[in-house]
Design a protein around this ligand. Sequence first.
Ligand code: ADP
Length: 161
Amino acid sequence: MRRAVCPGSFDPVTNGHIDIFERASHMFDELIISVFYNPGKDKAMFTMEERVEMLREATKHIPNVRVTSFSGLLNEFCKQEKAPFIVRGLRAFSDFEYEFQRALLIKSIDNKLETVFIMTNAQYSYVSSSGVRELSCFNGQIKDLVPPCVEKKIKERMANK
Ligand code: ADP
């Protein structure tokens, strides 16, 4: 079985992420989407549980996807799940340097783990979770950037502020 892990913060999941999941789902037998705790990103909008819940709802149309979360090293998670592939999305040059370093670091720990990059869909090349969080703070329009369940959750969150 060709199994791949799609790790990220997904705070929150956007249409750009969904596009990557849909395309990756055709390349692998099983795609494990995992919310990772990122100590460098401590200003989270949603808890890990909320992010998992939104991801499950937003990916229910993709049959070979499993959503989970993990607080630890990506290499450990891949070993635990018997997944030799990591899928990451690539937007602009700014993503490249970070992703390049990250992929090499992962490979230095486990040479058999391959990171596969999927180029963003031009339509979503400007979409980011941080942009969505910023827009949300100022009641900006996010309808075309995130799945409906995420838009609903953000609206509820803002209404209760
Ligand atoms: P991380 O905190 O690990 O960078 P993110 O949730 O920000 O996690 O992103 C997860 C992955 O999705 C990363 O590889 C990122 O480059 C990719 N990604 C984010 N937004 C888009 C987009 N609009 N198009 C394609 N890939 C994207």
